[in-house]
Design a protein around this ligand. Sequence first.
Ligand code: FAD
Length: 528
Amino acid sequence: MPAENRAYDYVIVGAGSAGCVLASRLTEDPDTRVLLLEAGGPASPREVRIPAAFSKLYKTLVDWNYSTEPEPCLRNRKLYWPRGKMIGGSSSMNAMIYIRGNSADYDGWASLGNDRWGFQDVLPYFKKSERQERGASEYHGANGPLNVADLRCVNPLTRSFLSAAQELGIPANSDFNSATQDGAGLYQVTQKNGQRHSAADAYLHPALARPNLKVLANAHATRIVLENRRAVGIEYIRNNAVETVRANREVLLAGGSVNSPQLLLLSGIGPADQIRSAGVRAVHDVPGVGKNLQDHPMVSVGYLCTRPVTMANAESPVNFLRYLMFKRGPLVSNVAEAGIFLRTRPGLNVPDLQLLFGPAYYVNHGLTPRKEHCFGFGPTLVTPESRGSISLKSSNPLEPPAIYANYLSIPADMRVLVEGVKLSRQLAHAKSFEPYRGDELHPGSSVQSDAEIVEFIRAEAQTLYHPVGSCKMGNDSMAVVDASLRVHGIDGLRVADASVMPRIPSGNTNAPTIMIAEKAADILRAGF
Ligand SMILES: Cc1cc2nc3c(=O)[nH]c(=O)nc-3n(C[C@H](O)[C@H](O)[C@H](O)COP(=O)(O)OP(=O)(O)OC[C@H]3O[C@@H](n4cnc5c(N)ncnc54)[C@H](O)[C@@H]3O)c2cc1C
């Protein structure tokens, strides 16, 4: 019998932000045996460690390299969706911004029927996960595994951005993750000593020596093994061979918002008609699997910079040396160094716009670099009403599913991005940017009217990399998991990753995903 076919209590699919937390927390109990399966390999490229290099991981072997189906409201463009395919998952390639969203986001989850997911319920898990370098407080924890740091290197342009915001009357905010989310400020980052601190660094690596934890990399889960509507194991492919492993207690899906619904569908759990038409035997009709997909769309507003102060110099030999020797200098920047959370109209209970700023040219995911010095704004809609879906293209588990993000299909969503483009221009024309501002590259001076800005957004909008919601938690007919993250109608099976969020938080999604996994581990330990 292969080693991995020993009995495990839990088999976890996916060693990403959530999977690393689950594996680490569950194996704190020496009597609990866990197998963690990960489709990717180790997070070995050096660009994983170097904060400013994250976009160099795009379209490489450590990226699932997804793209959406043609997006009807974005000129039928197929949008590139990076997702981490390695130990640490997307936390090994993300932009490291530490944001939780708004307390009202979680109270909203609770009001949708998810008891014990309100802000006061989830705050202890945010704090439990956190090692806040500023120290503990009402909102922060200082003894958790995940290091949360202030940026070690802040570009002078980022300082100009913050003073430009003040000129426009936007209040300063020194901590987006405390009582008030609104305002302008520097981001805190998941970094330690100037290097990325992924969920693998924080949770998994310290647990690897435990005899009750086994991690299998390059193991692609292809099907949940079911017996009479009970999940009893996982089938996976490793080294071109199909293997199965049994889970004595439960199977835990943590493959992320694309893969968790895909694996359910491949296993016959989901909308029965759709499953059958993909050539898979339908086992249990759960109509919401793959539905309710939400993401934050972003558009880049970019300027030439008249002084040589941007990230264009980041890779100079001197800066490499500074990074290698001291973990200082522009290579420790996460590029999107600061931002604004703002409500674009009265009456909103959370900010609907997040406006990121970077002293760099970040258009087309940074995949088409420019030699000149540039800076840019990234207005992002953080309360989308548009909903997309994930479905099977075929019964082949190695073929990516169809992703319909359906961005900006609700007109109100477009309005927020239009406001964001206008605000970016106002900021760029504030006094604080005068020493630096060159020509506007995106959208460019020919784009002025609202209708022209809308067309620019249709042509250029992209993901801010936050897909969630495709296995939503709840108790309505479209819910996939209940408030204890159990898949409705199937025993021994839970989903615990970004896909269970019923509504996307009004901010970045890594910290919320880690919070979900922390809470899931507690739920499992308590035997709910
Ligand atoms: C480029 C980028 C930038 C981002 N920037 C930020 C940011 O600055 N701040 C922030 O808060 N959030 C950011 N995010 C989002 C954040 O990282 C994600 O929301 C979070 O990591 C999601 O966690 P997850 O556990 O749901 O999925 P993931 O972390 O993606 O983990 C899923 C894991 O499961 C594995 N897997 C999938 N399918 C299978 C299978 N069939 N078998 C075995 N293994 C499988 C994957 O390889 C992966 O390791 C960014 C994301 C990206 C991609």
